[in-house]
Design a protein around this ligand. Structure first.
Ligand code: ADP
Ligand code: MG
Length: 396
């Protein structure tokens, strides 16, 4: 990567504004998954040991104005526990104010301060210079380590970089981009991508881009039924995007023309009522009856997909194979996670979002080479797009 990183900085005695992605799930004031906070620790620790004054910022949730529900207070507490040091919390709905400036002025080298949720300011999502300047005025240096937010051009991810002396990417950002970038642009072959999840329409540019890169493309999950329909299968009540059938046909043709193996489910677990405790059976993908709905890949398919993965050297997986939230229909997703875990000599990368949640929830996290912390950001990366939050950082 041609971007400045934190190894290239001299932060001693300087104020460093660090954009992290602390958009974590909070229920009743408790953080239910702190992976994103853990992932940011190496950058904060490095800046701390180098003697910087570390001012951390992030958004949380879809706040449009100050809202106690989206306060970063629980994050400040958890961050302090994980760092094993005090974290000052600038609990100010304006994010930047005279009070906050005063707190920053009093910081000593190695101190860590967390600002309140940047989305409490309406300018944030519009990337308005006024708020970018305010943020930048708190610091000498800007470090973007928020991979999961870097596909958005906001004040705290893009704008602030314009108004500081120097900017760089953090360790997490570097790690994400190196893993995803190497896999997509410089893969050790065979390179297999597995796509699943709910909708074809969410992933059209990802499918298009990956079809120029992979040796094998595996499609499961809800999106598979649109591809099956494109091959003339009846899919009953399964998820179907009729307006994407033409696209699916084109992709099937494109894969054929390029000699890419495109695998679709040959059998499917079907149900009539969308719940865990209900009658289910496995049928051929070409024989889904009209009042049944596909919710998982069948056993034969699990075997075929696992075989296709066995000798892969690079794997990217985005999107669960079925409705994994229901225990009865998590088996396909588990089988694929197991197949990836069985790869000894290869790189296995999980796109963020629900795929990452599934792999972590099902207990396979430590078996994967890399689990991305960014859902939308990793998808945009797989589409081949440049991330604005990375572009904004100084080149090295
Ligand atoms: P990701 O966040 O990993 O990109 P998506 O958001 O596209 O994944 O899709 C995840 C959702 O897809 C999960 O909630 C899962 O229940 C759903 N899903 C997977 N397979 C099916 C299916 N056959 N029918 C309905 N929903 C499905
Ligand atoms: Mg999702």
């Amino acid at each position: 990567m041609n971007k400045k990183n934190i190894e290239n900085l001299n932060v001693s005695g300087k104020r460093v504004l660090v954009r992290c992605d602390f958009n974590v799930p909070v229920e009743n004031g408790k953080i239910t998954d702190d992976n994103r906070i853990r992932a940011a620790l190496p950058t904060i620790q490095k800046l701390k040991s180098d003697g910087g004054k570390i001012i951390v910022c992030s958004h949380l949730g879809r706040a449009k104005s100050p809202d106690p529900k989206f306060s970063l207070a629980p994050v400040a507490k958890r961050l302090a526990e994980l760092l094993g040091c005090d974290v000052l919390f600038a609990d100010d709905d304006n994010i930047v104010s005279d009070n906050v400036r005063e707190m920053v002025d009093k910081m000593a080298c190695g101190d860590v301060l967390l600002l309140q949720n940047t989305r409490f300011r309406s300018e944030e999502s519009k990337n308005e210079d006024s708020f970018s300047k305010e943020l930048a005025s708190l610091a000498d240096i800007f470090v973007n380590d928020a991979f999961g937010s870097s596909h958005r051009a906001h004040c705290s991810t893009v704008g602030a970089a314009k108004f500081v002396e120097e900017s760089a990417v953090g360790y997490l950002m570097e790690k994400e981009i190196n893993f995803l970038g190497n896999a997509v642009n410089n893969p050790v072959r065979p390179f297999v991508a597995i796509l699943g999840g709910a909708k074809v329409s969410d992933k059209i540019p990802v499918i298009e881009n990956l079809l120029t890169k992979v040796d094998t493309l595996i499609i499961g999950g809800g999106m598979a039924y649109t591809f099956l329909a494109a091959q003339g299968c009846e899919v009953g009540k399964s998820l179907l995007e009729s307006d994407r059938i033409e696209f699916a046909k084109e992709m099937i043709e494109k894969a054929k023309a390029k000699g890419i193996l495109l695998l679709l489910p040959v059998d499917t677990v079907v149900i009539k009522e969308f719940k865990n405790d209900t009658e289910f059976k496995t049928v051929d993908s070409s024989a889904i009856e009209s009042d049944w709905m596909g919710v998982d890949i069948g056993e034969k398919t699990r075997g075929i997909f696992a075989d296709a993965l066995a000798d892969a050297k690079t794997v990217i997986w985005n999107g669960p194979m079925g409705v994994f939230e229901f225990e009865n229909f998590a088996k396909g997703t588990i089988a694929i996670a197991q197949a990836l875990a069985n790869i000894n000599d290869g790189t296995t990368i999980i796109g963020g979002g629900d795929s990452a949640a599934a792999v972590i929830q099902l207990g396979f996290a430590d078996k994967m080479t890399h689990i991305s912390t960014g859902g939308g950001a990793s998808l945009e990366f797989l589409e081949g797009k440049e991330l604005p939050g990375v572009v904004a950082v100084n080149d090295n």
